[in-house]
Design a protein around this ligand. Structure first.
Ligand code: AP5
Length: 220
C-alpha cells in the first residue's frame, strides 16, 4: 500500500518541520518544490536566474516550471509514499498532480491543512534558520540549537537564513497564498480529502495531530 499526502498551509505554517518528522518516522519521501527551486536557482541556468528573481519577490513560480520539477521526481523515484510539501499551490497544479499520480496508479490519500494565524507566521518566518548541510529547521525562540551556531543533528556550522524570509517578501507570499493557494482548501474539502490540524499548537502537539491523520488513513 502506498500513501501520498499533501501538506497545505501558508508560508511558515510548519509544513517543512512536520514533513521531516514524517520522513524520519514513516519512511516517506518529501517532495518540496521550495527546496527544488532553491536548488534550481543555484544552477547558473537562465531558468535558475528567473526562478531566483520571482522567489525573492515572494511571488509564485510558473505552474509549468513546478509541475515539470514534480513530474521529473515522480518519474525517476520509487517510494512507499510521497509528502508533497508546498505543492500544489494553484488549481492547475492540483489537477496536474492528480493526473500524474493516476498515471502511476496512485492517488492523494489526505491533504493536511495546517491552520496558523498571520501574526504568528511573521514571528516564525523572521526567526527561522536552517542547516545548510542536513536541512534541519530551527527557530531563534521556539527551536534554537543546543549549542549556538552548531546544528544539533549533523554538527555543521553552516546555519543559514533564507533570502525571502523578510517582511516585504512575506507580505507578497501571504497575498499569493490567499489569492492562488487558499482556493485549494475548498477544492480538497469537496473531494473529502481535507484534514485540518491546529498549526498554532506546539510542534510536538502538531506532530501528534498529523500522526492521527496518518494513522486514520492507514499510513503506518
Ligand atoms: P517554500 O519553500 O515552499 O516556502 P513556504 O511555503 O513559504 O513555506 P516555508 O518553507 O516558508 O514554511 P513552512 O510551512 O515549511 O514552515 P517551517 O516548517 O519552515 O516556497 C518558497 C518560494 O518558492 C515561494 O514563495 C515561491 O516563490 C516558490 N514556490 C515553492 N513552491 C511553489 C509552487 N508549488 N508553485 C509556485 N511557486 C512555488 O516553519 C517555519 C518556522 O516556524 C521554523 O523556524 C520552525 O522551527 C517554526 N515552527 C514550525 N512549527 C512550529 C510550531 N508548531 N510552533 C512554533 N514554531 C514552529
Amino acid at each position: 500500500m502506498t500513501i501520498n499526502i499533501i501538506l497545505l498551509g501558508p508560508p511558515g505554517a510548519g509544513k517543512g518541520t512536520q514533513a521531516r518528522t514524517l520522513v524520519e518516522e514513516r519512511g516517506l519521501v518529501q517532495l518540496s518544490t521550495g527546496d527544488m527551486l532553491r536548488e534550481a536557482r543555484t544552477s547558473g541556468t537562465e531558468m535558475g536566474r528567473v526562478v531566483a528573481e520571482v522567489m525573492d519577490k515572494g511571488q509564485l513560480v510558473t505552474d509549468e516550471i513546478v509541475i515539470g520539477l514534480i513530474r521529473e521526481k515522480l518519474e525517476t523515484m520509487d517510494a512507499p509514499g510521497f509528502i508533497f510539501d508546498g505543492f500544489p499551490r494553484t488549481l492547475p497544479q492540483a489537477d496536474a498532480l492528480n493526473d500524474l499520480l493516476a498515471g502511476m496508479g496512485r492517488q492523494i490519500d489526505a491533504v493536511i491543512e495546517m491552520q496558523v494565524d498571520d501574526t504568528a507566521l511573521v514571528d516564525r518566518i523572521s526567526g527561522r534558520f536552517t542547516c545548510g548541510n542536513c536541512g534541519e529547521v530551527y527557530h531563534d525562540q521556539t527551536k534554537p540549537t543546543a549549542k549556538p551556531g552548531v546544528c544539533d543533528v549533523c554538527g555543521s556550522t553552516d546555519l543559514k537564513r533564507r533570502a525571502d524570509d523578510n517582511a516585504d517578501s512575506l507580505k507578497t507570499r501571504l497575498l499569493e497564498y490567499y489569492k492562488k493557494t487558499s482556493p485549494l482548501i475548498g477544492y480538497y474539502y469537496a473531494k473529502k480529502q481535507l484534514h485540518p490540524v491546529d498549526g498554532m499548537a506546539e510542534m510536538d502537539e502538531v506532530g501528534r495531530q498529523v500522526a492521527a491523520v496518518m494513522d486514520g488513513i492507514g499510513g503506518r
